[in-house]
Write a protein that binds this ligand. Structure first.
Ligand code: GRF
Length: 188
């Protein structure tokens, strides 16, 4: 079975769903201190905090050096499949060359609609009638790459970013672990 790593930045509720689904997670890394790292530690998974704030050159985030450092963490553990689950740092292209087709992301919109960090707010602002999530192979282009799974949810009257996002995440928590399980078991 392939070795899986999960990358987080936030509350890590998707990571928790993967833990609860008993996915064999070898390693969890984060770009900032976060609840996701705490969840991994509580589940006795090896963790690493590679803080973006420690990768500055002349006060500017050094994306290439950060990407190389994360690659070193993944490769030293022989990781073969990487699942980004609310990870908020954009890697340099090198990451996607090394893990071509083996680094996934989930995004809280029906891509190609509403790319970027404000996806849920943008869907509300556009008065979209429905939204959802997209799990896709991550590539050097943000929120792009071949789509592996997509599910819709309705946008309801009175929805806020919080209520709509939670409705989307409920679906992600079911589908992302299931899809990863399939990929882990698939012979390479
Ligand atoms: C998910 O909605 C995912 O699509 C987005 O970040 C969220 C992660 O949620 N990229 P959590 O931190 O796992 O609760």
């Amino acid at each position: 079975m392939k070795k899986l790593a999960v990358l987080v930045s936030g509350t890590g509720s998707l990571l928790q769903a993967m833990i609860d689904a008993r996915l064999p997670i070898s390693f969890v890394a984060a770009d900032r201190p976060c609840k996701g790292l705490e969840r991994a530690t509580a589940a006795s998974i090896e963790t690493r905090l590679l803080a973006r704030k420690d990768f500055k050159r002349d006060g500017v985030f050094d994306r290439d050096r950060y990407t190389e450092a994360m690659l070193a963490e993944l490769q030293s553990r022989n990781i073969e499949l990487v699942a980004m689950a609310g990870f908020m740092t954009v890697f340099s292209p090198l990451m996607f060359e090394r893990f071509r087709g083996q680094i996934l992301n989930t995004h809280p919109s029906l891509l190609p609609d509403f790319k970027g960090e404000q996806a849920v707010a943008d869907a509300l602002a556009a008065r979209a009638k429905e939204s959802g999530f997209t799990i896709h192979e991550a590539t050097a282009k943000l929120d792009d790459g071949p789509i592996l799974a997509q599910e819709r949810v309705p946008v309801l009257p009175g929805d806020t970013v919080e209520t709509l996002w939670e409705r989307i995440k409920e679906k992600e928590r079911a589908r992302y672990p299931a899809l990863l399980k399939e990929l882990l078991e698939r012979p390479s």
